[in-house]
Write a protein that binds this ligand. Structure first.
Ligand SMILES: [Mn+2]
Length: 325
């Protein structure tokens, strides 16, 4: 089944002379690494093809390589769009998908939205990069050390260093082969993902110091713009740190409420290691996965209700745990 779609994808790559590779808005390392490594692999294999990786650049991810600026409406002939790590057309960054002759996606998010005949969606994959590794191994697509390094970092980032549950023996097997075949020195790569400025480390300490924990196992913190300014971090920083707090004993869900002064909005990031929290997120106009959701609200007075509801989610989960014992 998978081999079939991989064969079809390779045929399409061979067929088109102009290929654009996109990914989701607000890219993470998996999104950027999957699109850039696929672009570079196609360029290595077919030097005459025009291959572009598009979307807004992100300064902190520049070690993956540079993105291409194109005007897709001026592309000539038959054009192919490959969307990596993105489940919905509306979340594709930097390109109008409707102008392409053909398109398909390579993605690991759950979604019913069809992009094209060659869509390859594998929810059991840890990352889009894991799927690209598989694609490279099962087709004549070439790869070099840099491609391998990018793919390794994408898998490590999306699986949270192989901690998350969709890490499988297949993940380890593909990564292991990748290391064997290319000899990348993966230990040297981690600093790209995990180095932080001293002000961020201190801000991390502030969060640890000020986290409130309820009896029912909900941890939460309100982060004002004064605090962000004091530590010289921006309103996106807390959401990048929230996964670091997943190992607090007897805490089932945790919430960061950050005031984003620029957009006059409260950004509420929620994580869980048990209770389903996306129903509560949806109740307040947010959304996301069962265990990782977010809400954006203008009205400060809603916050206490959201905390109360999430606390109830934790209580219910705790009670169910006791019943199961
Ligand atoms: Mn991903």
């Amino acid at each position: 089944m998978i081999n079939n779609v991989i064969r079809k994808i390779f045929k399409k790559i061979k067929q088109y002379d102009t290929i654009v590779i996109a990914r989701h808005i607000s890219p993470d390392p998996d999104a950027i690494a999957s699109q850039i490594s696929l672009r570079d692999s196609i360029r290595l294999t077919f030097p005459k093809k025009k291959v572009y990786a598009v979307g807004a650049g992100v300064a902190k991810f520049k070690y993956f390589g540079t993105l291409d600026k194109i005007d897709e409406t001026t592309l000539e002939g038959n054009t192919l769009l490959i969307a990596c790590d993105v489940p919905n057309k509306s979340r594709i960054d930097g390109v109008d998908s409707s102008v392409f002759t053909e398109m398909f996606k390579i993605d690991h998010h759950p979604s019913d939205e069809v992009f094209g005949d060659c869509d390859w969606v594998d929810e059991s994959s840890s990352s889009a990069c894991q799927m690209i590794i598989e694609l490279l191994f099962k087709t004549p697509l070439k790869y070099d050390r840099k491609v391998a390094e990018n793919l390794f970092l994408g898998v490590v980032s999306d699986s949270d260093r192989f901690l998350l549950s969709y890490t499988t023996s297949r993940t380890f097997s593909l990564v292991s082969q990748l290391i064997d075949k290319t000899g990348i020195n993966f230990v040297e790569l981690y600093h790209y993902l995990y180095d932080r400025n001293i002000n961020e480390i201190k801000f991390h300490g502030y969060i640890s110091e000020n986290l409130n924990v309820t009896e029912n196992g909900l941890a939460y913190i309100n982060i004002s713009s004064d605090i962000l300014n004091k530590y010289n971090v921006d309103a996106a920083t807390p959401s990048n740190m929230i996964n670091d707090f997943s190992n607090i004993k007897d805490v089932y869900a945790w919430v960061f409420i950050t005031y984003d002064e620029k957009n006059s909005i409260y950004k509420i990031n929620i994580r869980s290691k048990g209770p389903v929290i996306n129903m509560t997120a949806a109740k307040y106009g947010g959304g996301g996965h069962k265990m990782a959701s977010g809400i954006r609200i203008k009205d400060e007075s809603m916050i206490s209700n959201i905390i109360k509801d999430l606390d109830l989610d934790c209580l219910k989960y705790k009670e169910d745990l006791v019943k199961d014992d």
